[in-house]
Design a protein around this ligand. Sequence first.
Ligand code: SF4
Length: 304
Amino acid sequence: MKATIDENSGYCYGVVRAVEQADRYLEEHPSLFSLGSIVHNGTEVERLHTKGLEVISYDRMQTLNNETVLIRAHGEPPSTYQLAQERGLTLIDCTCPVVLQLQKKIRKTYLELLPQNGSLLIFGKIGHAEVNGLVGQTDGNARVLESLQDLHTWLAEDPKRLALPIEVFSQTTKDPQQYKTLGEALIRAVEASIGQADHVHIHNTICRQVSSRHPNLQRFAAEHQVILFVSGRESSNGHILCELCKQVNPRTYMIEKTEEIRPEWFQPEDSVGICGATSTPKWQLEQVFSYICTSNFENLVKFK
Ligand code: SF4
C-alpha cells in the first residue's frame, strides 16, 4: 500500500494568518481568548489550547473586562466590535482580508439598495460565523439562502420584489457549482416573471483559494483507490470538499484523527490519497501519512 499527500491541501491563507498570530501572541503571553474556534479543527484547537488559547462564546465575551480577544478569519458583525469597545477589550483582528473586502462590498451595496427597496441575498449556511458577519453588514436585513429550495421559498413569498433590484453574494467557502445553479435559477425566475433580469446581479464572491481547489481535489481523488479526507466535522468547507471527493471516489472517508482509520477500508495494493479542508493543517496530513506508512494493515485485514 502506498500513500500520497495532496500538495494543494492544507490551510488557506486566512487560516494560516490567524493561527500564526495566535501562536506569536502566545509565545509572549500566557493566555489568549478566541471568540469561537479559531479553526474548525479539534486537533489544532487542542494544540493551541495547551499553549493558552481559550475559546469563548459571545455570552462569555459579555462578561470580560480589559482582556485580549482574537477575532478569527471568518470575521464578525459590527455588534461584536461595539461590544469589545464597551467592555474595554483589545482585539487581535484576524478577519481574512478576503472576507473583510466582502463585508465592505455588502455594506456598500446594502446602503445603495435601501432607498430602492431592493433585496440582498446571501448564499451560505445559516448561523455560520462568516455569514453572521456578512448579515451584520445589512443590519440583519439580508436573506440567507442555504439551498435552491430556500430560493424557491423566497421567490414565492412576494413576487412584487422580483421587479426591484436584487443583489446576490456567496459565503466565501460555498461550492461554486451550486452557487452558479442558484444564480441561474434566480435569473430564469425573474425573466419568467417580468421579462428581463438586468437588475439582478450575482456577485462572484467565492474565495479563489477555495474554488481553485475543487477541480484539483477531484482530480486527486480520482487518481487513488482510497481517499482519507482529514477535517474537523464542524467544518462546512470540509463537508463540501469531502462530498466532491466522494462523487469521483466512493471509497472516501472523512476522519478527524488517525484513531478513526479502519483497516477494513484498505486492500494491500491500494494507493491512498490524503487530503483535507482549508482548516486542516499540513502537519495533520503528514501525521496521517506516517500512520498509513507505518501501520501493518495487511495483517490487520487478515484477522478482521
Ligand atoms: S477560505 Fe479564503 S476567504 Fe476564507 S479564510 Fe481562507 S483565504 Fe480567507
